[in-house]
Design a protein around this ligand. Structure first.
Ligand code: GCV
Length: 657
């Protein structure tokens, strides 16, 4: 299948003041990342300006040069315009590569390359994608086609593997987990000699772009791959098995970054079976990979998925905290706990996971989902950078440097074992992300992982200039659509933080009671008088898991932020919000408004015709039309449900069925 180049398309650029610099360059030999930078510059010169760039010894227009500046670290760079040259300096080839992409992006976005050196280094040590690609080629929660790494129980390589690595490196992503965290069947064998040679080939390409390869593994591998009777993390036979296996794996792929593990979660095996803790499980693996410099990323998405909906005392939102807080400080230094942004599961609105601000002696990283499982499945536009910004800037009230960004980057604790991961939204669709506008999410994830202080608008503007258009009016229109898209999606979905009113399993389309009488711990608890889950001190006590005034705020129905009201409290439909509207009227109004706004997106998009390339224009238009139809469906199903439940009509007398 053919594929496009997303934001590395290098379409012709007219009137660029830096064009002349692109004729000749000087790049150090021998370093693989520096050579990748050279290839990128050459490709860019051809696409942007239509000529071939030459490498020269004298009088270069672009210079990539090694330097020794401790403040730049292993990944930072320095960029400047000096005399007749644009110069990128870095301590490493990786830094030169990142600096080269920064140079290219500034040139394409029409930004100045200053004479005074611009210094950058990433905030997060690990900036990682998690693929949920299965070895048969399907992708769990994948909305952009099939896997471009796996098919029919085989791994494969193509030119697309390199283009994938280029896309990642161009936004500073430095690690990737190739396979789904639900490791089953043949995927368990990825750590076997059957697959290791091919993985090594893939890893070699990634290394040319500064990307570390990680794999997900099956905790029960000693039983499924070996012939041990148990996977008990404290059994000597199991310890020996993992050590021998890791020796084999690292002999084949010495630079392998490590492993991501989903254990005791949604039916996956784990240490609980043997009465052991998650620390026992994680440390077992951490010790096996430690001699090779490997890391274990251990997921905190652990909860009881066999809940009884009648039982109001068990609260899934508490699960990660209750499972992991008692283990704080017990994990080895090469273990990182990977924590989903919220306590539930990537809903359109959730509070920040209280493990951030809870854990004090454990490495951690933030997991977000670029794949839009609950946010429109890449059929609806939903630019997630504004949501991620809210999470990253959330003050947990733990110590001086207390934002989620400061905690996960290791800045707060002064360590380098942390970062950000995103569940990838890619697949083998020509445009990589199904919805063209979902490309903005992949781009934004990399940029925010590099620098969480960047603004969502600024990132959107960059991405639009790189991927879509230089037409100022069209760019502004597209930026407006992106920036409105999350609030609009939220407005026609489950209201006020309650989440989950979607069709079970596929998680697309409205179904208010879809999860209400199920075992997954995801309820709205509505009756004809009121709605919401009581997570206050009188309810499940979840609100009290936060620090200080945050706990007070969430616990108090009058102080709780309204966008999370129903997440934390069960309230009457007649309760007045700050707008003066009742909760019920708010539900009606937001759903009418959300559906209308999507219709508005269509008109806005139609105005950019001619300013963005075909076939992107047509593809996006088709998706927006589908979104408009679906938004009307959401509006009518949700509003009708609450009207029939309460028998209270819409104050404005609009049609509710
Ligand atoms: C990979 C949610 C998704 C699952 C996913 C799981 C996880 O429950 O629906 O498909 O499994 O999260 O994050 O492990």
């Amino acid at each position: 299948m053919e594929w496009e180049q997303a934001w590395l398309a290098y379409r012709p650029l007219k009137g660029c003041i830096y064009e002349r610099f692109f004729r000749k360059c000087q790049v150090p030999w021998g370093d693989p990342c520096a050579q990748s930078a050279l290839r990128e510059l050459t490709q860019a010169a051809k696409g942007l300006f239509g000529f071939s760039m030459r490498t020269v010894a004298e009088d270069p227009g672009i210079i990539l040069a090694f330097t020794r500046e401790p403040s730049l670290g292993d990944e930072g760079f320095c960029l400047s315009a000096e005399g007749n040259a644009l110069i990128v300096r870095a301590n490493t080839g990786k830094g030169l590569l990142y600096g080269t992409y920064a140079l290219l992006h500034r040139v394409i976005c029409g930004q100045e390359i200053p004479a005074k050196p611009l210094r950058e280094r990433p905030q997060n040590p690990l900036r990682m994608l998690n693929h949920w690609d299965n070895i048969d080629g399907s992708i769990e929660r994948g909305y952009s086609g099939r896997s471009f790494f796996m098919k029919d129980n085989e791994l494969f390589l193509s030119d697309r593997t390199r283009d994938y690595a280029r896309l990642l490196a161009s936004v500073g992503i430095n690690a990737t987990v190739l396979n789904n965290v639900n490791v089953k069947g043949n995927a368990t064998w990825l750590i076997d000699e059957k697959y290791l040679p091919r993985l090594r080939e893939i890893e070699n390409i990634f290394a040319e772009y500064g990307i570390s390869l990680y794999l997900s593994l099956n905790f029960a591998a000693p039983m499924e791959l070996g012939d041990l009777p148990s996977a008990d993390p404290l059994a000597q036979s199991v310890i020996d098995w993992w050590q021998a296996r890791m020796a084999q794996v690292y002999e084949a792929i010495p630079r392998l970054g490590g492993f991501l593990v989903k254990a005791d979660s949604e039916g996956r095996p784990g240490p609980f079976t043997y009465g052991r803790t998650h620390a026992d499980g994680a440390n077992l693996l951490a010790r096996a990979v430690k001699p090779y410099g490997g890391r274990i990323l251990w997921r905190c998405f652990v909860y009881n998925c066999q809940q009884d909906w009648r039982d109001r005392k068990v609260d899934r939102a508490r699960a990660a905290f209750d499972n992991f807080m008692p283990l704080d400080g017990l994990f080895d230094e090469n273990v990182i706990l990977q924590i989903k942004n919220g306590p539930m599961d990537f809903q359109v609105r959730e509070p920040v996971n209280p493990l951030f601000g809870g854990l004090q002696h454990t490495n951690m990283m933030l997991e977000v989902q670029a794949a839009q499982e609950y946010t429109g499945q890449q059929r609806h536009v939903c630019y997630l950078a504004p949501m991620w910004k809210q999470i990253l800037s959330f003050h947990t009230l733990l110590g001086q440097k207390d934002t989620v960004a400061q905690l996960v980057s290791g800045e707060a604790q002064g360590n380098t074992n942390g970062g950000m991961a995103a569940v990838s939204n890619t697949g083998d669709d020509a445009n990589w992300t199904g919805h063209d506008l979902a490309g903005a999410n992949l781009y934004a994830f990399g940029r925010l992982a590099w620098d969480p202080s960047l603004s969502a608008e600024g990132i959107a503007r960059e991405w639009i200039a790189l991927a879509l258009t230089h037409d100022a009016a069209a760019a502004k229109t597209i930026e407006q659509i992106l920036m409105r898209s999350w609030p609009v999606y939220e407005s026609y979905n489950a209201p006020l933080g309650i989440g989950w009113m979607c069709n079970p399993h596929e998680h697309y389309g409205p179904s208010v009671d879809g999860y209400e009488y199920d075992r997954w711990g995801t309820y709205h608890r509505a009756d004809h008088l009121g709605i919401g889950v009581d997570r206050s001190a009188q309810g499940t006590g979840y609100a009290l898991l936060y620090n200080g005034v945050l706990a007070k705020m969430y616990d108090d129905v009058d102080a709780c932020p309204e966008e999370l009201l129903l997440f934390f409290h069960h309230v009457p439909f007649a309760r007045k919000l700050s707008s003066g509207k009742t909760v019920l009227q708010h539900i009606y109004d937001t759903h009418f408004d959300g559906a209308a706004q999507v219709q508005g997106f269509i008109a806005q998009w139609e105005s950019v015709q001619g300013a963005v390339p075909e076939p992107i224009y047509t593809r996006v238009l088709a998706r927006l039309q589908e979104q408009a139809e679906n938004a009307r469906e959401w509006r009518d199903v949700i509003n009708t449900y609450f009207y029939r439940l309460t028998l209270i009509p819409d104050e404005q007398g609009r049609t509710i069925y």
